[in-house]
Structure formats: C-alpha cells, structure tokens
Design a protein around this ligand. Structure first.
Ligand SMILES: C[S@@+](CC[C@H](N)C(=O)[O-])C[C@H]1O[C@@H](n2cnc3c(N)ncnc32)[C@H](O)[C@@H]1O
Length: 195
C-alpha cells in the first residue's frame, strides 16, 4: 500500500484537490487558494492564527515554512520586504498565487530547504513542521542566528504540551533569551532576540 504523503514532501504526487480559504488576519480580510498536499488546506490552522495575532513584524522578514502563505501574507503590509520559503513545491506555487491574489507587492516565494541560500533578516516567523520531528525544529532554531541581523528575532508558535516547552528551552539555549508573546488555545508564541 502506498504510504500517505506528508505535507512537507518536496514534490507532492498526491491528487491536487483545490480549496478556497477565507480568513480575517491582522484586521484584513484575506483569500487563499489552497490544495490537498499542502499544510492545513481547508482552513487557517489555529497555531497559525495565534502566531499571526501575536507576531511582531519588523524590517526584512522570513516566513520559514510558509505553506500557502497565510503568515507571510498577513505580515507583508507591516514588513519592508518578506521572503516566503517552503520545501514543498506545491505549497510554493499556491503561496505565489496568493501573494498576487491579495495584492501584495513586497514579497517573493523561495522554494528550498530551511535556510539554504538565504541571507539575513530582521524577523524570522515560523509555524514549524512539528511532524518532521523535534530535531528538524531544533535545526530551525539553532541555524536562525546565522540568518538574523544583530537585534533581529526568531518567533515560533508551538504547543507547550506537545514539545513546545522543549522548543522554548532550545531557544533559550541558543539565544540566551526567550519570551512568550502570547498564549491561546493551547498554543504559545515564543520570541528570542539575537543580541
Ligand atoms: C506547520 S506548516 C506551516 C505552514 C504555514 N506557515 C501555515 O502556517 O499555514 C510547516 C511548513 O514547513 C514546511 N517545511 C517542512 N520542512 C521544511 C524544510 N526543510 N524547509 C522548508 N520548509 C519546510 C512544510 O512544507 C510546511 O508547509
């Protein structure tokens, strides 16, 4: 039997069934085209909503693991420029389309693995691929300082009861600081600043 495909597959081969998602994020009504094979294609994920509500957006921003783009597209009006990065080619195709659909002009999509070939940012926003395992999320945290300007920050949403506390500790170990920007519905948004 064929194994079910993960949403973080680089080249999804599963059938592409299209969906439309509408959401009010950071005071704006946004529309997204999504499809099967992409994370949370039927509605904006609760963790995503909690991140978007609590995030602090500044300067040049990276939306790491952008999926079809809800975080980056919600952040774009407050950012100087935003790069949306995902490994999943189908997710990148939808993110690109959704940037246009929502009239965003200061954003681009970059398909690739984690931070490969990316420069530095003032803000990194991430709803991490927890299904890829804690080690994958730890790598996002430990490699973040190399891709942050001095004073820049990493913001990550997680479930304290489901590995989130370990992600918070890892952020404290790597950066020497971590604070909680908000908590809701079992999710917390953590921020660490590169000193
Ligand atoms: C939890 S989802 C969040 C998606 C989107 N930001 C949202 O909130 O709806 C995590 C995303 O990380 C992507 N991802 C997983 N592994 C990755 C990697 N190695 N490099 C880049 N993106 C990755 C997945 O494809 C997925 O879209």
């Amino acid at each position: 039997m064929k194994k079910p495909e993960h949403y973080f597959t680089e080249e999804p081969t599963s059938e592409e069934i299209r969906h439309d998602v509408k959401a009010r994020l950071r005071g704006r009504s946004l529309e997204f085209k999504t499809a099967t094979g992409v994370f949370s294609y039927e509605k904006v994920d609760k963790g995503t909503q909690v991140l978007v509500k609590n995030m602090k957006v500044n300067g040049i921003v990276l939306d790491l693991g952008c999926g079809y783009g809800p975080v980056g597209i919600a952040a774009a009006p407050e950012a100087q420029f935003i790069v949306l990065r995902d490994i999943n080619k189908r997710a990148c195709k939808y993110a690109k389309n959704n940037i246009k659909l929502n009239g965003i002009r200061n954003a681009k999509v970059s398909q690739g693995n984690l931070y490969d070939n990316l420069g530095t940012f003032e803000t990194i926003l991430c709803n991490p691929p927890t299904h890829a395992g804690l080690e994958a999320v730890f790598k996002i945290i430990s490699d973040a300082p190399k891709h942050l300007t001095a004073g820049g920050n990493l913001q990550l949403v997680a479930r304290p009861a489901k590995g989130g506390k370990r992600m918070e500790s890892k952020m404290r170990d790597v950066f020497g600081n971590v604070k909680t920007l908000g908590r809701e519905a079992g999710y917390a948004v953590y921020m660490s600043v590169k000193k």
